[in-house]
Design a protein around this ligand. Structure first.
Ligand code: 3HC
Length: 293
């Protein structure tokens, strides 16, 4: 039996992922509160979603009235109390730092109504670590969206040992309500499914580059033209953030103790220089600064 549609959603974190996840919620009919500590981030998120909806209208994917209705379902706030107090479902999409997320889950547990489900979009932090910071571990799971969420159809729903079946079903249901295709992982595993496969591709690409077999640009061309991937592994690393690539590998190294899991030299160099990819204007490639708004 399909779970009931979610009507009131709260998304915490208005960054790259959070603001588009919130837009998906609003498009799916949810009254959606978007919470961020930074009013500036909320403003950026708001204008980004406006621009995406304008493009959808232009492309005939949505009527102007439906776009306005969806945008009208978004509520922007810097107060977690205000955003989460009546939510049926909360999706956390803040920075990938365990301590910050744990503290946030403890607060959410106090603020959100008792039946509310608390999901994390984290790709690296297992939800059991966050569930332990709450008094409702059975109502906690990972709900991992892909970048950019408005385009990418997949959502990985990941259960930890205490996640209830009803929670998993509700997360799968919400993903479907948002027009996504969910897959269910019944056991926590770092990297889930997609990032394990992606990391293998990226690591091999970096090995080929560091061995001097081909330039990173040519490796990107080879993967795009030879495998029909929409982006090459280096382009994708720049889009997702080289800081993320670095932290994912450090986490894997920490978990396994296997030196082969350490980030490659060329990733460490870029990380240490602060060349994180598109968001800093330089990673593997160089990017023009974003137009000033
Ligand atoms: N946000 C929202 N929509 C976007 C977007 C963005 N950042 N970038 C592009 N789009 C939309 C465009 O508006 C356009 O929509 P339209 O067809 O309705 O006009 C459509 O996507 C195609 O865009 P473009 O024509 O500008 O460019 P491309 O055809 O090159 O597509 C792309 C851009 C969608 C990013 C495509 O290159 C792609 O699919 N790349 C692969 C992305 C991917 O693999 N993501 C997964 C990363 S792994 C991950 O997220 C896991 C995490 O844990 C790190």
């Amino acid at each position: 039996m399909e779970p009931e549609a979610v009507r009131r959603l709260c998304v915490v974190g208005a960054g790259t992922m959070g603001h588009q996840i919130a837009m998906l919620g609003a498009l799916a009919g949810c009254a959606t509160a978007v919470v961020d500590v930074s009013a500036e981030a909320l403003e950026r998120a708001q204008s980004s979603n406006r621009a995406h909806m304008a493009r959808w209208v232009q492309r005939g994917r949505l009527t102007e009235a439906d776009a306005e209705r969806a945008l009208g379902r978004l509520r922007w706030t810097t107060s977690l109390e205000d955003g989460a107090r009546d939510a049926e479902f909360v999706i956390e999409a803040v920075i990938e730092r365990l301590d910050d997320k744990r503290a946030l889950f403890t607060r959410l547990d106090r603020i959100a109504p008792a039946p509310a489900i608390l999901a994390t979009n984290s790709s690296t932090i297992r939800s059991s670590l966050l569930a332990a910071a709450t008094a409702r571990p059975g109502q906690v799971c990972n709900m991992h969206f892909f970048n950019p969420p408005l385009v990418m159809e997949l959502v990985e729903v990941v259960m930890h040992p205490e996640t209830g079946e009803a929670t998993a079903a509700a997360a799968m249901g919400l993903a479907r309500q948002m027009g996504r295709t969910p897959v269910l992982l019944r056991r926590e595993i770092s990297g889930f499914v997609v990032n394990r496969i992606l990391a293998a591709i990226m690591d091999e690409a970096v090995r080929l580059y560091e061995a001097g077999i081909a330039s990173f640009e040519d490796i990107d061309v080879a993967v795009k033209k030879g495998l029909r991937h929409p982006m090459g592994p280096f382009e994708l690393m720049d889009m997702n953030g080289i800081d993320i690539a670095y932290h994912v590998r450090m986490q894997r190294f920490g978990e396994t103790g296997d030196p082969a899991q350490r980030p490659a030299r060329s990733i460490v160099e870029r990380y240490e220089r602060g060349d994180y990819g598109r968001k800093t204007g330089r990673g593997w490639y160089t990017y023009p600064p974003p137009p000033s708004s």
